[in-house]
Design a binder for this molecule. Sequence first.
Ligand code: PLP
Length: 466
Amino acid sequence: GTSTNGSGNNRDRLSELAARHLVQPWPVAGQIGDEARGLIRSGDGVYVQDEHGNRLIDGPAGMWCVNVGHRCKELADVLYDQAMALSYNSPWYTMSAPSAELAERLGKLAPGDLSHVFFTTGGSSAVESALRFMQFYNNVRGRPDKKLILSRGGAYHGSTYLSASLNGRPRDRDWMDGADHLVVKLTCPNPYRRPEGVSREAFTDWLVAEFEATIEEHGADRIGAFVGEPVMASGGVIIPPDDYLPRIAALCRKHDILYVSDEVVTAFGRLGHVFASKDVFGAQPDIITFAKGVTSGYFPLGGMMVSSRLFEELRRSNHPDAMYAHGLTYSSHPIGCAVAMKNLDLLEDGLLDHVREIAPYFLSQLKTLEELPLVGEVRGIGLMACVECVADHDSHNPLRLDTEVGQRIDAHCQDLGLLVRPLINMCVMSPPLTITRAQIDEMVRILREGITRTMADLRREGLWDG
Ligand code: PLP
């Protein structure tokens, strides 16, 4: 049968089914439609169980999303109860109680006047909604040329056409098209890899000057939005220099450019707050996009918080009949909204406090890995961190072997009981927010051993002499 009790034969059978029929995300041409990935059988708290029955710490919390941890009975109960009460209603014509209640609650939690929410199915659709809203907003205001979008190197904003056009990580766009005529890319605000000749102290000024020069070059009357993650997540946990975001936000405000803060990863507790833009970085966005942690990954939900100022402008415009012709079948899904309400209860009943309390320990323990010669920098904030490997401390060059190093470390760590999410030469750690000190110790011990074994392998194979 199809039981998931994980016998070897069953595993082989599942791999065969997957390889024959299941197309995995982000496949390469040589394996597309012919690939089985590691089987995860179950999860409980910060742990998942793999195909061999091994217990692994879920280092990336799924994909930065399982914030309250796996097998949370409170969330599972709400999923069931809401499905039995009302499994779906059409947001075209009707509304549900959970959506109205969640909207009010998020409106109170979001910074400034971001008192309205539009719900989507995830992060890409949230960013896409924000971008289409910016286009609509400027059309209605009689500024049809004000549509360019500023994004940055290292960014990740999604996998729909327009959201993906903003992506700036190496390789994301090598073989994929994008709406390049709509997007202008700025320099990644990575203090560790600054442009030649720019000191750490002068870096913020340099980035702000670049932003101003870009406005000058293209014209404020042609730029509609700046989109940025407060902390670039998939780009390698890039924490911008102090003051950078408030200064960019001020420039946006001055030039009538919407500041869209993509909090798909940073919201809902990852940095110890429900939203991080204002509370952590002191920057007030016009729109915040979110997803992932809003339901701790128990139901696909995302959305955008929007400034009431923008809606007032639209209501007072000369085009009251202009339609924001945009909406999803699953906008305001009652099950997603009900799960998000309970998820917020859990965050507010101690989990946010726990993150703020334990984050310094998490970061200080990971920081000890900088002793290892393969490790160039450990950086982090809240419960998100990145261990970046380099061959040579002085040049900051990523290993020539960069594509392999993360995978090699991950393989060793999996043998030892830790799931890592390798990103080229980087190991990203963003565990469930419920992680304890003892579990942090276990995570760091395994990561240290995994990196140590990788160094030994590289030396033995003559690939590295660090
Ligand atoms: N924005 C950011 C910052 C993300 O990290 C992601 C996904 O990792 C997305 C958007 C896209 O979200 P989704 O995969 O839910 O569409």
